[in-house]
Design a binder for this molecule. Structure first.
Ligand code: PMV
Length: 373
């Protein structure tokens, strides 16, 4: 059985997550619910190799208002074939099953007990489904945490640290960025020489003191385009294989992260703005220079960026933007600017959003167990 002490946590490797012997005789059925957040990367992950290992280290703010709530109901398997059903926002969703099936197959060697159960997965997001906000990070981390709660019923000896690391490890196998959606407030994923304990296998909490400038940081998400993305991140990651600038990009991201480590400690907001915006534009530059090339920004994305630059120039604000793999703009700003920036967003930026939609979010503390029986 896995019984790992705290001292071993920092050197966990793949084999530490396999779970060979188990006894489920006392578990007939049950239900567990987790609420897990989305995250927004400051240094971006774009490019990976098998099995879901990042080409460069990344770091993200864990969010608060954008989350997924997932209930996993489990029942000891009755037939020879295990089965599962998926419900999203109350509706049965057979089209979600292939992705989950692939995930379950991929993680089976680490959680072999799942073959002994039938599952019903019920999920809903706090943000609109079609908002263009990726739900894979919060969705996959929620499912990983539910499965870890089941593992803990089978093996109550596992420590909280091991629980979180393995949840992150499993979530990573569902969607890379999902491994950064277990804890808060700042999570690093990927080996980085300046970050103690960092790993390609799972996300870890930023291990150093964070300057008060970054406490309660805000992220107002401007929903420029609420449609489905034209190019999925799976395809985007693959295009980094033969990308002419790939090696330079991976180096740049690791250098940015090294710089950001210092900035997060010393509170230098001008450097924060420079690194975060450069990361967002570099991510999109990779998309525009891949083969085939593509553009996910929309005209209104650029209009918002120019407005943000003009506002910063005029007021000395430390507001900045970042982008995901889509057209929406994440507007980041410190707590002490919340009134001024909110006014600016409402007066100048909302008109660029689809149906004036936007979400006021901020840095959060990570996933929460809602119920477990
Ligand atoms: O986790 P994926 O495969 O959806 O990739 C996400 C990549 C970005 O959101 C663009 C960047 C990141 O680090 O989150």
């Amino acid at each position: 059985m896995n019984h790992l002490s705290l001292t071993k946590i920092y050197s966990l490797n793949e084999s530490d997550f396999t779970f060979k012997e188990f006894n489920i005789s006392e578990i007939e059925n049950g239900s567990v619910t987790w609420k897990t957040p989305s995250n927004i990367a400051l240094v971006k992950y774009w490019g990976k190799r098998e099995p879901q290992l990042p080409e460069n280290a990344s770091i993200s703010f864990t969010l608060d208002a954008c989350f997924t709530l997932t209930t996993l109901k489990f029942k000891k398997r009755s037939n020879s074939q295990s089965s599962f059903e998926v419900f999203f926002e109350g509706e049965k969703k057979d089209d979600f099953k292939p992705k989950i099936e692939t995930f379950l197959k991929r993680i089976e060697q680490y959680v072999p007990f799942i073959k002994e159960f039938d599952f019903v997965i019920e999920s809903r997001n706090s943000f609109p489904h079609s908002s263009g906000i990726a739900s894979s990070a919060s969705g996959m981390s929620a499912l990983a945490l539910c499965l870890m709660s089941l593992e803990k019923k089978i093996n109550p000896d596992i420590t909280n640290e091991y629980f979180n690391k393995k949840a992150s490890f499993l979530a990573r196998l569902g969607s890379g960025s999902a491994c950064r959606s277990i804890e808060g407030e700042l999570i690093v994923w990927g080996n980085h020489k300046e970050i103690e304990g960092s790993s390609n296998l799972f996300g870890v909490k930023f291990p150093y003191e964070i300057h008060t400038n970054f406490k309660n940081y805000h992220d107002t998400i401007l929903l420029v385009d609420e449609g489905e993305k034209q190019v999925s991140s799976t395809v985007g990651h693959k295009l980094m294989y033969d990308h002419p600038f790939a090696e330079q990009r991976f180096k740049q991201a690791n250098n940015h992260l090294g710089e950001l480590v210092e900035v997060l400690k010393n509170g230098d907001l001008d450097s924060f703005v420079r690194i975060v915006e450069s990361e967002a534009l570099s991510l999109h530059a990779m998309m525009m220079t891949s083969n085939p090339y593509f553009i996910l920004m929309k005209p209104n994305t650029l209009k918002i960026i120019h407005q943000i630059w003009a506002f910063r120039e005029k007021t000395g604000s430390k507001i900045c933007f970042t982008l995901d793999a889509g057209a929406n703009v994440h507007v980041l700003y410190p707590e002490n600017e919340k009134v001024d920036v909110n006014n600016f967003v409402v007066n100048k930026l909302i008109k660029y959003c689809q149906e004036n939609h936007y979400i006021c979010d901020r840095v959060g503390n990570g996933a929460k167990l809602v119920s477990n029986y």
